[in-house]
Design a protein around this ligand. Sequence first.
Ligand code: GUN
Length: 296
Amino acid sequence: MTATIIDGKAFAARIRAQVAEAVEKLATDHRLIPGLAVVLVGEDPASEVYVRSKGKQTVEVGMRSFEHKLAAETPEDELLALIDRLNSDDAVHGILVQLPLPGHVNAEKVINRIDPAKDVDGFHILNVGRLGTGQKAMVPCTPLGCLMMLRDHLGSLSGLEAVVVGRSNIVGKPMAQLLLGESCTVTVAHSRTRDLPEVCRRADILVAAVGRPDMIRGDWIKPGATVIDVGINRVARDGKTRLVGDVDFSSAVEVAGAITPVPGGVGPMTIACLLANTLTAACRARGLPEPQGLTV
Ligand code: GUN
């Protein structure tokens, strides 16, 4: 039997439709239009693609998009001054600074300058601490998208064994916190983990976020497990560039109960969750009820 394919593209479209409906209602009932500011420093081609895509989807759901493109050599204090202006701008409910930042800029300092209430990436130290202590936080978009797909597919996650492969601040660590919040038994594995295949084999839920193409193979997976592949790796194959995940899809699909494909799995969910977070931030800023089903 082969695994159910979890269609992240379709799921993300449903989230965007829900966000668009809520945005329309905010405009008519409260004259409120959520606004998202995206800051890009430098000309990293992959970042430019993401930023363009974010701007387009923001406008498509009826929100305002503010793009700030700064030269790669922009001094840190100029970037901090821009954050200060966005923090005090009432039309801006969400602020995202695209990472990575150029080497001369202290990324931690920049992220922690963002008003935590507008930190739609959930990277500010206050949001990290809130998530870790079970308080209401802005939750990082990629792990939030993964959790939404897991809940949709499995219902309650309580008591399940979850293994997260990868310990990044953007995905692995917040993913582990979210799964703990769902009462999973959580293991965070990484490059120094001894016998990684054996650790993976105990997972009912396996989240792969390591950035190594096709690393996790079918025989590392417990039969029937739910596999979420966060990897987006560009590889040259048969003379073409292809996108592959961290999971070797062709062998994993024969063992898993359900699996997200790459592309079309986690990827589209990230921006959908960014829009959901911006909507949530706008509602909180006005003291309005938060949209149901779009936050944890
Ligand atoms: N670069 C890669 N992923 C992300 C993300 O989720 N947020 C930001 N700000 N930058 C990124």
